[in-house]
Design a protein around this ligand. Sequence first.
Ligand code: GRG
Length: 296
Amino acid sequence: MTDSLQKALAHVARQVDGVLQTVLPVEAGPEGRLFAAMRYATLAGGKRLRPLLVVASGDLFKVPGEHSIRVAAAVELVHTCSLVHDDLPAMDDDDLRRGQPTVHRKYDEATAILAGDALLTLAFEVLAAPATHPNAELRIELVRALAVAAGAHGMVAGQAIDLAAATLGLDTGGVTRLQLLKTGALIAFCCEAGGILGHATVAQRHALKAYAHDLGLAFQIADDLLDIEGDAAELGKAVKKDAAAGKTTLVGLMGVEQARRQARLLATQAAAHLDLFGAKAALLRDLTEFAISRRS
Ligand code: GRG
């Protein structure tokens, strides 16, 4: 990872954690356990890659940090919800996430479901609040775009296909579509949000969309490679889960070497989409290399 990317990730992580701390207070009373589970899931670390994508995309258009960081927090809330629900026994049934017991393991299944529900709804509360942007129409555009990315035409669809993937007999095209939905849609929203906040031109929005498309696919191939070759301690979660669950992945279909080449091609292609932004997009370019070379 480049020095500037490391610094930017650490900076954004601090900033977004500040917002998350504020919107996720410690609550007393009978709902205290729910809030504790929400905080446990959200504040346990994580690379905060999506928040950096929002902020770095916004920075292309000189979007004030206090606006982009709230959108970044909303994305991280949706992402955390997806991880909590993904780990449930009814889905991937995982015991470890971000180096600690999954929410249903630490608390219980009902609490994990409810914590996810509350994180998801909180994300939209954060987006819709005037502090996110003074222009209400722009806030509605953000709310709508995140709802579409997360919902039944986006991440939820991807997860539904993923859960059925062992029986669907998907080919490369089918798996690519699955991954674009499951992982790519939220990543694409991060870049789209920068464009919305920054009143980007059609050409700029299009370039960001193309970048996010290739980045999301490269990121997911790297994720699948890490499931095969990664280290559980570094990853903070179990490995070799895909094969055990009989899941079809691009790595499974192409083999490790071809998948690695494909990830690199996508990363290079993602960076090329940023040409029209010139040097301003250095951080987003660095992220393409990080997406495929990361160890966690
Ligand atoms: C929240 C609307 C909504 C639906 C949930 C369960 C579900 C539907 C979707 C699961 C989607 C999922 C788990 C996709 C995997 C994406 C992925 C590669 C996650 C790992 O992301 P990292 O590496 O994780 O950025 P950290 O921990 O660093 O944040």
